[in-house]
Design a protein around this ligand. Structure first.
Ligand SMILES: [Zn+2]
Length: 630
């Protein structure tokens, strides 16, 4: 059983890169365990109670519930768009959750872990919040708004956190649940410093879970942290039908480092009071900055995960987040770093390897790859690959996703290097066909093994590779080719380019609004400037798709006196190759020759494009081929 959770996200904010990061990491682990054959439950959701929500709703003239409904739905929509494989999306306003919180409160009360007392704290009237002395600025001022606070007393229920101090320390020492490990010492110091009993109700606002009826105390609502933490078990049916409690205890609670204390001190104490087992890992990640600066609304540099995904694709975004930062450290998001990873790793190592395998198998063995001779010729490489894969698994199990990806890419590099080292084209020339085919099979097996393990991080990419090599990403194959280290045979088929290289032009798309204006105000030119461009009418004699590209068509164009030119054009999404044969098009004929995808292009076919539509430019009536346009 593997139970994986994200924190529930507070509905006072829209989703930013930090939310996406936690959720994508948790999704990666859920996918990994599912594929490995564990029964897995993946929970995410929203935290919807508390004074801040009550206030924010008032400002918008909403009820707190209406307000929470709206923001919660936005989170859910984004995770659905990102194909997050959660099993349940919990909301703390769900009726079952409320019942579960009240049950927990009753149980702790009956046990003697909750008592009624007086809460004393420094109260900021304009923020309607209490602060402890240590939180205050300049002795007595509110850390949020800077106004002077007053020492106030309020009736409150308390949880006897002090009862659990020793047990929490024992848990840290025996089980080592805190990831990364260096965060544990801070917590140990904090707990050893002495735990004060925790105020777990409030009377200053209403938007929260009421106390259980039998306490007959309407004024109080349950403090948001007790309410929120309970989601991890209420989601499994604790205090209700209990139908998914078989998944408890959680395998990993993923949290941001700011809420580690709540999860590593209060939560285990609540669980012990409820006599439930404690989670296996609490894994705290760091923050993201943008180009070295902290993100904030006022700076206007907050990264919208949706915008990045719209431009660079979900799979690249997932890869970048998981790969860029050692888990637990702070990370920096920059478009440049993302593009470098796409070009150098996803395109050069991963996408390129698939292309090479497809190309070689088509040339040497009619798309059939047989693995019978791999061990004979390449046993060392197989062993090396297996070592990388074992490392990758062990890094992932120990919650170091960046190192897991690093190891997988070492395996890919091994395959790519083997091709340059053994030069299959020369093997074929020298009639060493068996060895050449074994080399292709080695590479295909490495790529297949990597794809199975990469599925957790980049599910869509792995499925595309599996389709191109005709094998299945499945638990059965996980056992067979990862655990038992078996080799597969393959039949290859053409596949779109997995990660087209990002050219500098596209790099700037995200910040291109200004540039767009500039291009519409192009400098004026003289007629002589225009005359430098030679445009002619040409007849399409042949037209075909280019292997490995979903964009490009290759044309043979006839100009005057039967001259034939080869021109490539990126219009395959708009036209089928065969429907263009026999048409006349307009082509720039004095453009410098270029090589695209290994094919030479001697010109450029003119077309018009707007709002995702494209049409070729043709003469209005037939005219002789080679006619000059001007
Ligand atoms: Zn204040």
């Amino acid at each position: 059983m593997r139970y994986i959770t994200t924190p529930i996200y507070y509905v006072n904010d829209v989703a930013h890169i930090g939310h996406a990061y936690t959720t994508i990491i948790a999704d990666t682990f859920a996918r990994f365990y599912r594929l490995k054959g564990h029964e897995t439950y993946f929970l995410t959701g929203t935290d919807e109670h508390g004074q801040k929500i009550e206030q924010a709703a008032k400002l918008k003239n909403f009820t707190p519930k209406e307000y929470a409904d709206e923001i919660s739905a936005e989170f859910k929509k984004l995770w659905d768009e990102f194909d997050i494989s959660y099993d349940k999306f919990i909301r703390t306003t769900d009726e079952n959750h409320t019942l579960s919180v009240q049950k927990a409160f009753s149980k702790m009360f009956e046990k003697g872990d909750i008592y009624k007392g007086v809460y004393e704290g420094f109260y900021c009237v304009s923020c309607e919040s209490y602060f402890t002395q240590t939180q205050l600025v300049n002795g007595c001022h509110c850390p949020d708004c800077g106004k002077k606070t007053e020492l106030l007393k309020e009736e409150s229920y308390f949880f006897k956190l002090s009862n659990y101090q020793d047990k929490i320390l024992k848990w840290y020492k025996e089980q080592e649940p805190i990831i990364p490990k260096n965060k544990a010492s801070e917590l140990i110091n904090f707990v050893e410093g002495g735990l004060k009993d925790l105020s777990i109700t409030r009377t200053s606002f209403e938007w929260g879970v009421k106390l259980p009826k039998e306490l007959n105390d309407d004024k109080h609502v349950v403090y948001v942290w007790l309410d929120a933490l309970m989601n991890y078990i209420s989601a499994l049916g604790w205090g209700n039908d209990g139908q998914n409690m078989k998944f408890w205890p959680a395998h990993i609670h993923f949290v941001g480092k700011d809420i580690l204390r709540f999860h590593a001190v209060y939560w285990p104490a609540f669980l012990m009071s409820l006599e439930l087992p404690l989670p296996k890992f609490i894994a705290a990640h760091g923050w993201w900055t943008k180009d070295g600066e902290k993100m904030s609304k006022s700076k206007g540099n907050v990264i919208s995960p949706k915008e990045v995904v719209d431009i660079f694709g979900l799979e690249s975004f997932r890869y970048f987040l998981l790969r860029e930062v050692p888990f637990g450290n702070d990370g920096d998001y920059s478009q440049k770093a993302l593009i470098t990873r796409i070009n150098a790793e996803l395109s050069n190592e991963l996408g390129n390897l698939l292309n090479r395998i497809i190309g070689m198998s088509a040339k040497y063995s009619q798309n059939i790859i047989e693995s019978k001779n791999v061990q004979e010729f390449f046993n060392e490489e197989l062993k090396e690959c297996q070592a990388y894969l074992q490392n990758a698994i062990s890094f992932l199990e120990n919650i170091q996703p960046n190192r897991y990806l690093e190891e997988l890419f070492k395996a890919l590099a091994l395959a790519n290097l083997s091709i340059s080292k053994y030069e299959p084209w020369n093997l074929i020339k020298n009639n060493e066909n068996a060895k050449a085919n074994a080399l292709v099979a080695l590479c295909a097996n490495i790529l297949a093994k990597v794809s199975i393990l990469l599925f957790a991080a980049m599910p869509k990419t792995s499925l595309k590779i599996a389709k191109a090599l005709s094998f299945e990403i499945s638990t059965l194959n996980y056992k067979k080719i990862i655990e038992e280290n078996k080799l597969l045979n393959f039949k290859t088929q053409i596949c779109e380019v997995l990660f087209p290289k990002i050219e500098s032009k596209e790099e700037n798309k995200q910040e291109s609004k200004q540039q767009e204006q500039q291009t519409t105000n192009l400098a004026q030119i003289k007629i002589d400037d225009f005359k430098k461009i030679e445009i002619k009418v040409a007849l399409v004699k042949e037209c075909e798709n280019i292997e490995g590209s979903e964009k490009l068509l290759k044309f043979k164009l006839e100009l005057e006196n039967g001259e034939i030119r080869q021109v490539l054009s990126g219009i395959a999404k708009f036209y089928k190759a065969n429907e263009l044969i026999g048409k006349q098009v307009c082509v720039i004929t004095n453009l410098k020759k270029a090589k695209i995808f290994g094919h030479e292009s001697q010109g450029m076919i003119l077309s018009a494009e707007k709002n995702g539509k494209l049409t070729l430019i043709s003469p209005e009536s037939f005219i002789e081929n080679g006619a000059l346009i001007g």
